[in-house]
Design a protein around this ligand. Structure first.
Ligand SMILES: CC(C)(COP(=O)(O)OP(=O)(O)OC[C@H]1O[C@@H](n2cnc3c(N)ncnc32)[C@H](O)[C@@H]1OP(=O)(O)O)[C@@H](O)C(=O)NCCC(=O)NCCS
Length: 183
């Protein structure tokens, strides 16, 4: 991973965590309100239940479930990682909905998203959730100049969603995926 080429976000990330700065809460047309949590402040069991659901794993690079032990190891080194992860929570019920994250990979600063809780799938939540996260990154993490996404060619839903968010397809990568770039 070439930090020189892509910038180092760890300093600003520590600042944002200390200040508990996070993306804006939002209310949908149905009147439901949603808020964000930094991943280290979230409940590990609830988070893993969403992250390990079959429809999420099948669209991830690593299709194996994340164990609690692996998650704890990840948390220990979280501050040192070139990544930012937010969890979305439904305010009234307290249920976890999904997550948005950005991490430095071989392709650059790559965005990821999932709605792991089936109660919240197919309700048009993915667009505002992604848009607010992107706004947050653009406004607060100036070190990230370009946002990319890598999505399986079969993941039509996510490809359409990314188009709606302003991404364009750049090229095919990793045999079965598109590299998309936010314009
Ligand atoms: C991708 C994901 C977040 C979308 O959430 P969702 O609740 O299913 O989608 P929404 O109902 O909010 O729809 C968002 C957009 O997706 C697209 N979409 C939804 N259903 C679709 C379908 N059946 N076919 C094609 N596009 C579709 C549309 O552009 C839609 O916008 P619209 O409502 O204006 O038409 C969710 O399906 C998910 O978590 N999938 C597993 C993880 C994943 O694939 N992550 C992406 C790779 S990191």
């Amino acid at each position: 991973m070439t930090i020189d080429k892509h910038g180092d976000i760890r300093k600003i990330k520590s600042r944002l965590i200390i200040d508990n700065k996070i993306a804006d809460n939002f209310i949908t047309d149905s009147g439901d309100s949603y808020k964000w949590l930094w991943l280290p402040s979230s409940n590990a069991k609830h988070l893993l239940k969403m992250r390990n659901s079959v429809h999420v794993l099948s669209n991830m690079r690593n299709t194996q479930p994340i164990t609690e032990e692996a998650h704890m190891e990840f948390l220990k080194k979280y501050d040192l990682l070139q990544r930012i992860d937010f969890i979305l929570q439904h305010q009234d019920s307290g249920e976890y909905v999904g997550a948005m994250y950005i991490s430095l990979t071989n392709h650059g600063f790559e965005i990821g998203k999932y709605i792991g809780n089936k109660n919240f799938l197919g309700k048009g939540l993915a667009f505002p959730m992604s848009n607010l996260f992107i706004d947050f990154i653009r406004n607060n993490v100036k070190e990230i100049e370009k946002i990319v996404a890598v999505t399986k060619i079969s993941n039509f839903k996510n490809i359409n969603l990314n188009f709606k968010l302003g991404f364009k397809i750049i090229k095919s990568v990793e045999e079965d995926s598109w590299l998309m770039e936010l314009q």
